[in-house]
Design a protein around this ligand. Structure first.
Ligand SMILES: C[S@@+](CC[C@H](N)C(=O)[O-])C[C@H]1O[C@@H](n2cnc3c(N)ncnc32)[C@H](O)[C@@H]1O
Length: 263
């Protein structure tokens, strides 16, 4: 059992509300931040149990900020723990968060869990995370629940929105105008999906360039293509573009070039 889960199971302090499988996920992404001077923000304070857990886990150099719509949550403030009262559905409030917290190392969204709230919070607060920080949105199973505005493959659900971010992680390789490198592609390194949790790790990215090291085991094919190979390649690229327009699967171009050069 992870240290965080042990803490949770033994908790006799303020009430906390988490799915137990979240603790392994937290440890995986958060453990390298322990005992460092960092800033953590958690949307959703409730009875304050998780704020106390973060304070214990990250140590006394960490500054913890809670955000909640319920003014009673202000009473959960203590040394190194601050609470901002406001709604994660209010863009003006969210835009002011950074002025109070400064750059954020870890953000956990455990607030109201509606699609609009999760998406808006992400859209505004992702840029407030440090270039090496982590954004973790939890209880994303609400993407599948009507009461939260979710539903399987439902337009506007946070999970559908996050699925599209996968394309951005690969956008540097795109040949289509519909997929261009944006700020997310330049600053997000990974996006991981778990049961009820989406985690995005940030990292300033440069356009990826492949490299080769080592000694060849056999002579490489000459770089220069024959006229016939060039013609085949041109034809295959055109055909694949057409297949894409028709929403049909593409041909494996490298394999076709191999075949054509053998013929
Ligand atoms: C699941 S509880 C948080 C639990 C807490 N993080 C824990 O682990 O014990 C959700 C909290 O989100 C708050 N909340 C609901 N809607 C909100 C909104 N629009 N903006 C900010 N907080 C909201 C609720 O008041 C509630 O305290």
């Amino acid at each position: 059992m992870s240290e965080l889960e042990q803490y949770f199971e033994a908790n006799q302090q303020r009430l906390m509300h988490k799915y137990p499988h979240y603790f392994d996920i937290y440890e995986r992404y958060f453990s390298s931040y322990r005992n460092k001077k960092i800033t953590i923000v958690e949307i959703g304070v409730s009875h304050g149990g998780s704020l106390q857990m973060w304070k214990w886990y990250f140590g006394n150099q960490a500054t913890i900020w809670g955000i909640d719509i319920d003014p009673r949550c202000k009473m959960m403030e203590e040394e190194n723990v601050h609470v901002l009262i406001g709604s994660q559905e209010d863009p003006d409030f969210l835009k002011q968060v950074y002025e109070k917290t400064g750059p954020i190392d870890i953000l956990i969204d455990d607030g109201g869990h509606t699609q609009k709230q999760q998406k808006l919070s992400f859209d505004i607060l992702f840029d407030c995370i440090r270039p090496t920080g982590v954004y973790l949105c939890e209880d994303t199973h609400t993407s599948y629940q009507n009461v939260y505005g979710g539903g399987h493959k439902r337009k506007g659900s946070f999970t559908e929105y996050a699925k599209n971010l996968i394309d951005q992680v690969n956008a540097y390789h795109s040949e289509q105008a519909s997929l261009q490198v944006n700020r997310f592609a330049q600053t997000a390194n990974t996006i991981h999906f778990y049961d009820s949790v989406v985690v995005i790790e940030k990292k300033e990215r440069q356009p990826p360039a492949p490299k080769m090291t080592g000694i060849p085991s056999f002579p490489s094919k000459p770089e220069k293509k024959t006229f016939f190979e060039k013609l085949t390649l041109h034809f295959l690229v055109r055909t694949n573009k057409l297949l894409q327009k028709l929403h049909l699967p593409g041909y494996h171009i490298n394999r076709m070039i191999e075949l054509s050069s053998k013929s």
